[in-house]
Write a new protein. Structure first.
Lengths: 325, 292
């Protein structure tokens, strides 16, 4: 998506495919419209989509600062300033769910981010192609399932009569109603997330691994490096840009912890650890109808998310030299 | 000596690696096997925690119970209809916009790209979206599911990258032959793009097939639910009494069993097509990652 900012001198012949030079046609907007109106017309419906369903909701966040009445204007009725912001800042439940979000996000990042890298490295060491493909196919599978199915499977596994409790019983322990214990929620959530994402997460790393130059391994071998040191000094640096890029993206979605999965797995008994910002604002807004208050929380969450991506991007550009833009 | 030592170490590593990866396969597949075993088992064996890998007291009664619920099939049909309509609309919009964005000479192209890209990093959020969809009167209609997610920016970038890779000469020749932009897109570009369009159809179809939250949020009438919401009401009924689904109804004594069966029945279509479509997904993701 890198396009030269300076306009190249107009030339009549089109630039060849693959070259960075390209035709910059003469004339202003009017000429462009006359020449390319058919192209622009193709963009009309998609643009309408972006404006209505992406940008209007962004503007719709003003209801965080306005009184909103259901059935009234999408943009609210009258300014109330920072009333709703002050309201959630002094709401103890908000701080509970904020902490829960940070903890759950951090645990997910800690456990679910490195695992695909390890799995990709292990897969990369398999010489048997058929076996490799089989392991890959199986491990990708959970990615294709509806989150409802994943939640259903999780519940069945952890049910009183499910396999986990069967094991507990055979070992002579008390059975546990896992999904009603706040202490267990984080473990359950992170495990289920690992199960669902580890396989699919390897794809981009495996792709990056195939692009590493074989001559680098050759040179490392000549220098006397064993498999382990080759991994350390050739493989890891080779996939580092991919790791950093995905890390930035993951940090950006840090606060948006699997809202749907939490919504499916939690219940009032586990709220103390399971309730996160997004589920809280769902209940406050959609279930209880306090739209302005919920919008204020949502806006806060979105802004933190944006700030996180931007700062992660800057930090990685300064330190590793890789960035998203 | 050194090479011998490393090679022995490497052999040990290979063995350990094989064990680990076998473990990954087992852990991934085990829950499915367990669910299938439960779905064919007798209620008493399940309740006493005796069903693990193989069905105990094999029977098809629960399948008959689930299959005889007309709402299950209504919702299943809804899933199919929603998936087909939504995928169709998504494909048309994504293709049009991706094609426009791939035209490097187009004035304002960068702005058009930025409009799409920005939405990847900042979104309106749940509440404004809910307010919007409600006030547009889309509730309790298929459009609440289809329209708000019609274009996925990642998919858009994959298609754009693909179109940018097509040879310019073909389109130029077609233009000289007097084809309009629409003609070029329909008769030259699309026939060359079958593979990427197939991939996009799969991307969108799977995400619509699996989606539940939009329907859960915007639909109140159970005749309109997709099967995912049917399943969610079933499993929610098992954990929280406040949400006890009308679905389980008077059959609560077999609730766990019914859940297993419903999960299996909703899983089947995905499992059937999965082996054939998996590689399209992988190649699609690669294309998006390399060029996006």
């Amino acid at each position: 998506m890198s396009t030269a900012k300076t306009s190249t001198p107009p030339s009549e012949d089109r630039a060849e495919r693959g070259s960075t030079r390209r035709r910059r046609p003469r004339g202003g907007w009017r000429a462009a419209l006359r020449r390319d109106w058919q192209l622009y017309s193709l963009a009309v419906l998609p643009l309408l989509f972006f404006v209505i369903f992406r940008y209007v909701p962004m503007i719709g966040n003003v209801i965080a600062f306005r009184r909103f009445e259901p059935g009234g204007s999408v943009l609210g009725e009258a300014w109330v300033g920072l009333r709703y912001v002050r309201m959630f800042l002094s709401d103890p439940t908000f701080w509970t769910v904020f902490t829960n979000t940070l903890v759950l996000g951090a645990l997910t990042l800690l456990f679910c981010f490195p695992l695909p890298i390890v799995l990709a490295l292990l897969l990369n060491e398999i010489r048997n192609r058929k076996l490799k493909r089989f392991v890959q196919s199986v491990s990708y599978l959970p990615h294709f399932l509806s989150i409802v199915i994943v939640a259903g499977v999780t519940m069945q596994l952890l049910a009183l009569d499910g396999p986990v409790n069967q094991i507990l019983r055979t070992m002579g322990n008390e059975t546990i109603i896992f999904l009603q214990q706040p202490d267990w929620f984080r473990t359950i959530y992170v495990s289920s997330e690992m199960w669902q994402t580890v396989g699919w997460g390897t794809i981009l790393y495996l792709a990056a691994l195939t692009t590493i130059d074989d001559q680098l391994y050759e040179a490392a071998r000549i220098d006397g490096a064993g498999r382990w040191r080759q991994t350390l000094h050739v493989t890891l640096p080779g996939i580092l840009p991919t790791v950093v890029t995905l890390l930035i993206l993951n940090i950006g979605t840090f606060l948006a912890v699997g809202f749907e999965k939490v919504l499916l797995l939690y219940n009032p008994l586990t709220y103390p650890t399971a309730d996160v910002i997004s589920t809280y604002l769902y209940r406050v807004g959609v279930v209880s109808g306090n739209f302005s208050y919920a919008a204020a929380i949502g806006l806060f969450e979105a802004l933190i998310g944006l700030a996180l991506v931007l700062s992660a991007n800057v930090i990685s550009r300064r330190t590793v030299g890789t960035s998203l833009w | 000596m050194v090479t011998l030592a490393t090679s022995r170490g490497y052999r040990i590593f290979q063995a350990v690696n094989a064990v680990i990866l076998t473990g990954v396969v087992v852990v991934t597949l085990y829950p499915f096997v367990n669910i299938v075993a439960r779905s064919f088992s007798e209620e008493s064996y399940i309740a006493s925690g005796q069903v693990n890998l193989i069905p105990r007291g094999f029977n098809l009664t629960t399948y008959q119970i689930v299959a005889s619920d007309p709402m299950f099939w209504t919702n299943y049909r809804n899933t199919v209809v929603y998936t087909v309509v939504a995928t169709l609309i998504s494909i048309v919009l994504t293709t049009c916009y991706a094609y426009v964005l791939s035209k490097k000479h187009l004035r304002g192209r960068k702005t058009l790209v930025a409009i799409a890209l920005f939405t990847m990093f900042f979104s309106g959020g749940l509440i404004p979206n809910y307010v919007l969809v409600t006030s547009l009167g889309l509730k309790d209609s298929i459009w609440a599911i289809v329209l708000p997610n019609a274009i996925n920016v990642f998919n858009l970038l994959v298609m754009k990258a693909f179109f940018e890779g097509l040879p310019v000469e073909l389109e130029e020749a077609a233009a000289i032959d007097g084809l309009s932009t629409y003609g070029i897109l329909l008769r030259i570009v699309l026939p060359l793009s079958k593979a990427v369009i197939a991939t996009m159809v799969l991307f969108y179809a799977v995400s619509y097939w699996n989606s539940w939250f939009a329907a859960f949020l915007y639909m109140n009438e159970s005749e309109l639910f997709p099967v995912t919401v049917y399943l969610r009401n079933l499993i929610a009924g098992a954990t929280t009494s406040e949400n006890a689904g009308a679905v389980a109804g008077d059959l609560t004594q077999a609730a766990a069993n019914i859940q297993s069966v419903t999960i299996v029945l909703t899983l089947i279509p995905i499992l059937v097509v999965y082996p054939f479509v998996q590689r399209f997904f992988v190649s699609g993701v690669m294309l998006g990652a390399v060029k996006g």
